[in-house]
Design a binder for this molecule. Sequence first.
Ligand SMILES: Nc1ncnc2c1ncn2[C@@H]1O[C@H](COP(=O)(O)OP(=O)(O)OP(=O)(O)O)[C@@H](O)[C@H]1O
Ligand SMILES: [Mg+2]
Length: 259
Amino acid sequence: MTEIYSIVSGKGGVGKTTIVANLGVALARLGKSTLIVDADIALGNLQLFFRLKETPTTLHDVLGGKAEIHEAIYKSSDGGVHIIPCGSSLQGFLRSDLERLDHSISRLQNYDFILIDSPTGLTKYSLLPLKAAKETLLVVTPDISSTSNALKLKIAAEMMQSKIGGVIINQQRRNGVKSEEIGTTLGIEIFGEIPYDRKVLKAMDAKEPVVTYKPRTPASKALNRLSLKMAVLVDESLRPQQNFLQKWLHQVRTINGGG
Ligand SMILES: Nc1ncnc2c1ncn2[C@@H]1O[C@H](COP(=O)(O)OP(=O)(O)OP(=O)(O)O)[C@@H](O)[C@H]1O
Ligand SMILES: [Mg+2]
């Protein structure tokens, strides 16, 4: 079964594309076959992370009824993650019908994970990718405007019966709104937290996801933890081995009814 996530946000520039690129690479490195899709059909830039040489067929062609979705899939240079780039022409955007996304994605059966990068905000373009996904992850930065925009998007997603899998707090700083406060305000479980990290910007300049550019930097560690959490949800064998003390504590809690 394929886990299909749409990654959305109410406010722009919070890190959706960065998260999709990095989680895609990290999941592939965990051995999960992963496809990332750039559905930001007006301003897509997921491709920039991967130095793809030529991409003659893109999502624009698929959504314009000119190509099959299989024809728009490319491999990253290390072959790990598969990518559907968006296309960059204005004509391509104008010809694209996002209503086709749901059906096109449903034809892809051979992936463990499909992550869909979505346009920002509360528009038809940002809401249609939710229909193609089984779960939605909401990205926010730790500030009031991002959180209040996220709340509007959450309400819209619920109206569309889209399952919200959790909130990812990105670019967290010491003086940012506390993650727990954001989770409580939104009434959504915190799925992950990624610190503000200048290496993310450096990686973008180098046209590379930070998890490969600087694997040990704090943002990379957080992204790798997040990808492991996603992978464990579908594959228990990836759960990190517990040490003796953790096993003992788990047994004591179980005996005491703590689960
Ligand atoms: N954890 C982080 N620490 C520092 N900078 C970050 C972090 N995450 C993302 N950024 C930077 O924030 C900027 C916006 O990121 P990104 O393009 O991924 O956001 P987005 O939500 O996809 O934006 P848009 O709304 O334009 O699609 C980029 O310059 C990126 O490098
Ligand atoms: Mg983006």
